[in-house]
Design a protein around this ligand. Sequence first.
Ligand code: SAH
Length: 212
Amino acid sequence: MIDFAVARADLITHLHHEIHDKRVLDVMAGLQRELFIPEKSRTLSYTDQPLPIDCGQTISQPYITAYMTESLELKGTEKVLEIGTGSGYQTAVLAALASRVISVERIPSLMESARILLEKLGYKNIEIHQAREGLGWEADMPYDAIMVTAGAPGIPEDLIKQLAAGGRMVIPVGSRSTQELVKVTKDEDGIRTQKLGGCRFVALIGKDAWQD
Ligand code: SAH
């Protein structure tokens, strides 16, 4: 039997080399990633790698989850939009570091299981919605931070629109198979972009993104 608590502590020690925001690491140190992983891969919960979840989707590698979260520079007061709830693990990390998280997911069964799990875990500041045709969730815009956890062919205009002035967005941009993580900062004059390194995400599907 694997001791998940020990494996989790080892993973956090490993992440310390690259992740500098201690609050992000503290949140991940207190969150049971194994609860978000399908049973057949559960023993791998604390290896630093992405893992398959249902419907051909993946839960991100812990390093990527930590790095993307850190790059949003959350202070605790923000309203955050997440695109691609998937397992709900990243949603839970964001919820511990922001005031409110609105997360959208395209696949109804993933949306439903993440919603049930996060409710069971007691999160009160997460709202999960079924994605509509346009990207994001306009009803609650503007957002102080946006995290896109699926790869896009470019930076979608619809998401820039949903970002508040002073807001940050992190999004994987590139081909269907490999992307570069891009941080977008918006101010009164427009956006600035900064490249954060290579990554591999499943495709962002929809208008201004990839076809199913
Ligand atoms: N953050 C998740 C990553 C899940 S993989 C985790 O770590 O578990 C990316 C998810 O994005 C998939 O579940 C996929 O269904 C979803 N997705 C793809 N296109 C989308 C869209 N346009 N709107 C919302 N979700 C989308």
